[in-house]
Design a protein around this ligand. Sequence first.
Ligand code: FES
Length: 336
Amino acid sequence: MPFTATVGDREVPCEPDQPMLDAFLRAGVWMPNSCNQGTCGTCKLRVVDGDVDHRDSPADTLTEDERAAGLALACQARLRSNVVVETGGGAGRATHPLRDLTATVREIEDIARDTRRLRLGLPEPLAFHAGQYVELTVPGTAVRRQYSLANTADEDKVLELHVRSVPGGAATEKWIFADLTVGEQVQVTGPLGDFVLPPADEDDGGPMALIGGGTGLAPLIGLARTALARDPNRKIVLYHGVRGEADLYDLDLMAELADSCPNFAFLPVLSHEPGNSTHRTGFPTDRFLEDIPSARGWSGWLCGPPPMVDAGVKAFKRRRMAPRVIHRENFTPAAT
Ligand code: FES
C-alpha cells in the first residue's frame, strides 16, 4: 500500500520503492530538481514528520549531519511511513506532470563531430518548459540517460535531442551511434529539471547571457527561442564553446535568429583547434568577460561540463550579475 508525502496543502501517494521526487512530479506537484541522480543537491528538503530511507544518497551530497537534522534528497529517498516535508522556492505549485511515453525515432542526423540530432515523434503532446530534459531508456536494460530538449514548448509532439557520443557509453556508443534506426520505438520519461525561464508574467525581459559547452547548446536554443518569441528585441548573447570548428552546429539556425532579432548574438568560441577559422578562440567565459563590462540586471544560463559551468558562475558574478538569476545545468557523468 502506498504511503503519502505531504508538502503544504498537497498530498501525493508514493509507492514504497518510488523516489519521493518521482511521486511529486508524476502528480504534477513541483519540487526543485535538476540531476535526478543524487549529485546536485537541488532537491534537498526537510522531513518534518515521518521516516525515509535515504537509499543511494551520496554522502557528499547529503552528509551524516544533514541526515541527522532531518534533511533528505527527494530524488533518492523512499518513504518508510507517511511523511510531511518542507522545502523552499515555490515547491508544491502545479507543474507539467512527469510521464512515460513511447516515442518513435523520426530522424537521426549527424550534425557535428561525434554528435547526432535525434527527432522523436510522440503519440500525444508532452507538456514541458523549454530547457527541461527527458530520460531515454536503453532497450533491454534498466539504463536511463538524460538529454536536454532543444525544443520550444509549443513543439510538444516532437522532441529534439542533441547527443554526443561517449566512449564506451551504454546509451551512445553502444546504441544511439551503433544500431538505433529511424522508425524504432524509444521509451521516454519526462519532463525533468528546472533550467527554465520564469513564467511570462514574471519575466522582467532583461538581457540574458547564455553559455553552452558542446551539446550544452541544446537547452539554450530552446530558451533563447522562447525568450525571443516573447520579445524579439530582447538582448541575448549566446556563447557556444567547443574544441574546434568540426564541433559547431546549427549555425544556419543561429544566423536566422540573428537576422530576425536585432539584439540577439550567437558567438562560437573554439578552445583547442582554432585552425584557419574566423571564429574566436579560447574559453567562452573569458570571451564573455571581454565583451560585457557589466551584467547588472542580466540573467545568466550555463549548460555543459561542470568546470565550464563553475567558470561561468564566477564570470557572471565578476560582472555583477545577481546570484539568484544565475541558472546552471551541469552535464555530469551518468550515474551507474
Ligand atoms: S540531487 Fe536530487 S535532483 Fe540532484
